[in-house]
Ligand binder design. Structure first.
Ligand SMILES: [Zn+2]
Length: 89
């Protein structure tokens, strides 16, 4: 399969599949085909660019929400609700 210098074209099926795998890999959600995805990123200019952009976006996710302390009684309230739900009516 020839790699054209301009767009880094692979067969479009493989390319589309890889983009999903790349996103999953960057979010630590990849389960399979990780080696294949990494090999594709290394050999495909447009996917390696996509990987760079997704990595930046993924790195920003934890910063995009305010960290909040849960209320001190949250655990007790949850457990109480569970007990309620389990008790026979
Ligand atoms: Zn690609």
């Amino acid at each position: 399969m020839a790699l054209t210098p301009a767009a880094g074209r692979f067969q479009s099926d493989e390319h589309g599949e890889m983009q999903g795998s790349i996103a999953a890999h960057l979010l630590d959600a990849a389960e399979t085909d990780e080696e294949q995805a990494l090999a594709h990123i290394r050999s495909c200019p447009s996917c390696s660019e996509l990987a760079r952009r997704l990595a930046r976006a993924a790195a920003a996710v934890p910063l995009s929400v305010d960290q909040v302390e849960p209320p001190v009684d949250l655990r007790a309230r949850i457990l109480a609700r569970c007990r309620e739900a389990r008790s026979p009516r």
